[in-house]
Write a protein that binds this ligand. Structure first.
Ligand code: UD1
Length: 364
């Protein structure tokens, strides 16, 4: 049996780590990298840090508009899948690489398996929501991370092939836990911050980065916080920062300047997986528009403020550990300063053995 796993963007490398290892203990896996993410910090750093196998194919597609990027992936995937003749294609999450992988395989008559099926945030204008919905329609195996994801699929009439496996990001986090602890002290010293005395923020969603008013409102809220804010910048955000947020610029030593005045926001390059986890683990709170980081904050027991109006990970909000603050300055400040929740964190993301379950189901 041969499985073609298709990845392309940073969060997919994290998810593929445990699944790829579980698959390779059972069958032959061919790893295809679309090249959606290509900078060292966005791609190779994860292959090195997560001990992922070198991709058998790198399609080198790179950036572009949604249509161009997705179309380039489809054209490059077809001959590779045709030549490899896998028994099925495995895709992860909700990026353009997910959609292209599912579509290219389905058009060739290959069954599709979707890891992280059933997630919905209710905003059909969001590219990720479009990618999820189409991929779930095409998939034969739908590996849902949570009971809520299973219920979402049922509401859309999808029941066949749905498996509640737990979330593979918990598997990845468990595997990384010793390395996280080992690097934390020196990392915090390098960043000049003490445990619990700083905030960690990420911004990369098109809805935030491509709207100057939203980006500026978020940056001003971060700058108004009383503790240092570490902000590892996605390349998209770095690119639009100066151009789209008037008055905001990366000043000397990576400090964000607003109208020429340095703020407490420290701009950083994209960080390796384990370093990102260590900075999350010791932050007083995390502010983010990432899906995966909302979940990691919950798993690590760190209060989260989500810089969006909706979320796919509603369990984190229901438990009080995550607050949806959008781009509203006052809402962001209030949510960040709230006392740490005392509510329990039920094990909604499973037991850390999702990858083994997925491999068992696929490999029989
Ligand atoms: C993609 C996913 C998103 C995921 C995110 C993780 C889609 C629609 N979105 O968003 O769900 O959360 O990845 O990071 O697939 N760029 C670089 N170097 C890189 C990668 C990107 O400079 O290595 C820049 C390019 O200017 C590019 C922009 O970032 O145009 C956006 O990249 P893209 O792949 O389109 O989407 P992401 O914002 O990364």
């Amino acid at each position: 049996m041969k499985i073609a796993s298709i990845v392309g963007a940073r969060p997919q490398f994290v998810k593929a780590g445990p699944v790829s290892r579980a698959l390779r203990r059972r069958v032959r896996e061919v790893l295809i990298h679309t090249g959606q993410h290509y900078d060292y910090e966005m791609s190779q750093s994860f292959f090195d840090g997560l001990d992922l196998p070198k991709p058998d194919h790198n399609l080198g597609v790179g950036s572009g508009s949604h249509a161009r990027q997705t179309a380039a992936m489809l054209m490059a995937l077809e001959p590779v899948l045709h030549a490899e003749r896998p028994d099925l294609a495995l895709v992860y999450g909700d990026t353009n690489s997910t959609l292209a992988g599912a579509l290219a395989a389905a058009k060739l008559g290959l069954p599709v398996a979707h890891v992280e099926a059933g997630l919905r945030c209710g905003d059909r204008l969001m590219p990720e929501e479009q990618n999820r919905m189409v991929t779930d329609r095409l998939a034969t195996w739908l590996f849902a991370p949570t009971a809520h994801a299973v219920a979402n699929l049922r509401r859309e009439g999808i029941e066949a092939g749905v498996h509640l496996t737990g979330d593979v990001m918990l598997d990845a986090l468990r595997e990384a836990a010793p390395a996280l602890e080992a690097c934390a002290a020196s990392l915090l010293a390098r960043e000049g911050v003490a445990p619990g005395a700083y905030y960690l923020a990420t911004i990369h969603r098109a809805g935030n980065t491509d709207d100057p008013a939203r980006l500026e409102a978020i940056l001003r809220a971060l700058a108004a916080l009383e503790r240092p804010v570490l902000l590892p910048l996605h390349p998209r955000t770095r690119e639009v920062l100066g151009r789209l947020a008037p008055g905001a610029a990366a000043g000397r030593n990576g400090v964000l300047e607003l109208e020429g005045h340095p703020s407490a926001v420290r701009l950083r390059p994209p960080l390796p997986y384990v370093e990102m986890l260590a900075l999350q683990r010791h932050a007083a709170a995390i502010l983010t528009d990432s899906g995966g980081i909302q979940k990691e904050a919950y798993l690590l027991g760190v209060p989260c403020v989500t810089l969006r109006e909706e979320t796919e990970w509603i369990e984190t909000v229901a438990s009080g550990w995550n607050v949806l603050a959008g781009c509203d300055r006052e809402a962001i400040l209030a949510a960040t300063r709230r006392p740490a929740p005392t509510e329990p964190r039920p094990p909604v993301y499973g037991d850390g053995r999702a990858a083994e379950r997925i491999a068992d189901i696929l490999c029989g």
